[in-house]
Design a protein around this ligand. Structure first.
Ligand SMILES: [Zn+2]
Length: 664
């Protein structure tokens, strides 16, 4: 009898999964909603009567009953890279030209996809079961959003397939909110007196970051899969086959994806979508063009931040007309004054726009923008909206005066050497300090939760914080009594600050806001120096000699050190980044190219191990390559190594080299 119940439960789950797939993935339901609800109720009833048979992969278990306390981090085993952009056919042709140069006489083809404007997610399946889901984050580390992602019915909790699924299969794709759901959600929010989401992407992101999965479940999110991350064994030899495999596993793949034999076909597909993308029930902001064959992708490799085998094509910016209500002057973290236009709200690329940058005062004068004018604004890609031209002057002309003093501290301002920017020269300007603190605490840097703009404003205005290091001297009693700061919120702020003391060195370096040093350069610097004191002791010459750093960044870093050494010493008292694995010189001067599937490392890990041992790990084989480390199913790199007479080593030999010095 019990055995029968178990069998019945299994059968019902199978049926429901099948119908979910037909409905959410294929868009071809075979039964009515009513019939589906009946099946679901039947399963639920059986499970309730026999709770010993409830398993997490049951369709009844998508929504967790208990709200989360917060989000933990997940480190991506294979980083989620970003993509370079193109904006027209010529740039696409230039991309194709670069590809052809690198691939030589080989034939190659492309896969062209819609660029869904949602949130990139990495799903990890182990033995066919969904175990975790993480946001992209900074590409290396994202947030664990498993509980919320489980509520998305287009995402299978269990993959289809009979034992043919790799033990580890990471699926990457985009979580998005269909336009109709977005409009409905904003209507409900307006009724409830809640602020509207600016666009479907924000709505999707906000919905995935809710602590209560029950609310996420009601948000009607969906998903398209478009790539793999970590794989315990290869799924296919090319991208198009991978997508076909995805479909067989029950994963939703965008039906508009097309193969293209050459760049002319790619351009035609891109241009045709430029015309008709607004008719889709989801927002897309362009197209993604990928080289199909994986062995060719390996040959093409990647630059520091983006692969060379794919590119995005962004649709031309949309424009709109609106009225300038006022013009503010903002002070940036390095003192630059920026005029900003406050506008009568207008819809642009699916977003409500209320402010637009005027860049600088020369630009403002050139455009001759004044309060009350009707202007044309444009939004290009992800950039902040900007004023393009004045369509009609206001009836009463109010000329805008270029400031001669800082609007925050009242100090004198001066033009930059380049002559474009006007800067507040006061090193103690509180306006600049607020911006530096906001940047330091920001998500890409020290990621200090609960330390929002309003609180930073108060901390500076009350004199509690006068530099970055003062944040770490704050006590709970300092905070209580500030606006909206009770016992509990003060506690949260202090805890978040304490937590940030253990952030990685790369985040600290990025957070300092040194001119020309962004997240990527900070990563390179942290890998090179390993510790905060080693970084602080670096000479300009040493800095300039680091691969991908160079003289401009080196000078900028040294200038920062000269001015801020006291602050750095103070920060050093509080910050405790986890030590990096010690660098060795085992592979000093040795160049190794990694290819194929290894047993003990992902390719990225092997390359990191080479760099940490002082070696170089470029992505393509040349005459300068000392060794090619070939794993299983090594492709064209192995062929090239043999052609050039480069020594090929296996994983065992590589492991030995890491222990004893590599010799030729
Ligand atoms: Zn100032």
């Amino acid at each position: 009898m019990v055995k029968d119940v178990k069998k019945q439960i299994r059968q019902l789950r199978g049926e429901i999964r099948e119908h979910d797939y037909l409905y959410y993935v294929l868009n071809q339901p075979k039964i009515s909603d009513h019939q589906y609800d009946k099946l679901f109720a039947e399963l639920k009833e059986l499970e309730q009567a026999n709770p010993q048979f409830i398993t997490p992969d049951s369709p009844t278990q998508r929504v967790s009953e208990r709200p989360l306390e917060g989000f933990t981090s997940i480190r991506h085993s294979v980083p989620m890279l970003s993509m370079d952009n193109t904006y027209n056919a010529e740039e696409l042709r230039a991309f194709d030209e670069r590809v052809r140069k690198q691939l030589g006489s080989e034939d190659y083809d492309y896969v062209v996809e819609l660029k869904i404007d949602g949130l990139a997610i990495s799903l990890r399946y182990e033995r066919g079961q969904l175990v975790t889901a993480a946001t992209r984050g900074d590409g290396e580390v994202g947030d664990d959003v498993t509980a919320n992602v489980r509520t998305i019915k287009a995402i299978p909790l269990v993959l289809f397939g009979d034992g043919k699924i790799p033990d580890v299969l990471e699926v990457r794709g985009e979580v998005y909110m269909p336009t109709t759901s977005f409009i409905e959600l904003n209507r409900l929010r307006a009724e409830a007196g809640e602020p509207a989401f600016a666009n479907p992407r924000n709505a999707a992101a906000g919905s995935l970051k809710l602590l209560d999965a029950k609310i996420t479940a009601a948000r009607n999110l969906s998903f398209f899969a478009y790539a793999t991350g970590e794989l315990s064994e290869p799924l296919a030899a090319n991208h198009y086959q991978t997508l076909e495999k995805f479909k067989k596993l029950g994963l939703p793949v965008n039906p508009k994806i097309k193969r293209a034999k050459n760049i002319d076909e790619v351009i035609n597909i891109c241009l045709s979508w430029t015309e008709r993308h607004s008719k889709l029930n989801y927002h897309i902001d362009g197209m993604v063009i990928k080289i199909n064959r994986f062995d060719q992708r390996d040959v093409l490799g990647a630059t520091g931040r983006a692969p060379r085998w794919c590119i995005s094509y962004k649709f031309p910016a949309e424009r709109a007309e609106t009225i300038v209500e006022s013009i503010d002057v903002q002070v940036g973290k390095s003192g630059i004054l920026t005029p900003v236009a406050n506008l009568t709200a207008v819809q642009l690329s699916g977003t409500a726009v209320k402010r637009a940058s005027l860049h600088n005062f020369d630009e403002l004068n050139r455009l001759n923008v004044g309060v009350g004018d009707t202007v044309v604004i444009e939004k290009a890609g992800e950039i902040i909206p900007q004023v393009i031209e004045v369509k009609a002057k206001a009836a009463v002309n109010v000329p805008f005066e270029v400031p001669t003093q800082c609007p925050i501290c009242g100090s004198a301002v001066a033009r930059d050497e380049e002559g474009v920017y006007i800067r507040c020269l006061n090193p103690d300007c509180l306006g600049q300090l607020k911006e530096r603190l906001k940047y330091f605490a920001g998500r890409g840097q020290m990621d200090i939760e609960h330390l929002g703009d309003a609180l930073i404003g108060q901390l500076v205005d009350t004199g509690l914080v006068r530099d970055l290091a003062d944040l770490y001297k704050l006590k709970k009693s300092d905070l209580i009594g500030l606006d909206r700061m009770g016992e509990k919120s003060a506690d949260n702020v202090i805890k978040a600050i304490r937590k940030s003391e253990k952030r990685a060195l790369a985040r600290i370096i990025a957070g300092l806001g040194i001119r020309h040093i962004g997240g990527q350069s900070a990563q390179i610097l942290s890998e090179h120096f390993g510790t905060f004191p080693a970084f602080m002791a670096a000479s300009e010459e040493e800095l300039a000699n680091i691969d991908q750093v160079g003289p401009t960044m080196a000078r900028s870093i040294r200038e920062y050190f000269n001015k801020q050494m006291d602050l750095l010493r103070e920060l050093l008292k509080y910050l405790n980044p986890p030590p990096k694995t010690q660098r060795t010189d085992k592979l000093e001067g040795v160049t190794i190219v990694v290819t194929g599937t290894l047993e003990n490392f992902t390719r990225q890990q092997a390359e990191q191990a080479i760099r940490q041992a002082g070696g170089k790990a470029p992505s393509s084989v040349s005459k300068k390559t000392d060794f090619v480390l070939a794993g299983k199913e090594a492709g064209s790199k192995l062929d090239k190594a043999q052609k050039l007479g480069v020594t090929v080593i296996n994983e065992k030999q590589f492991l030995e080299m890491l222990v004893t010095k590599g010799e030729q």
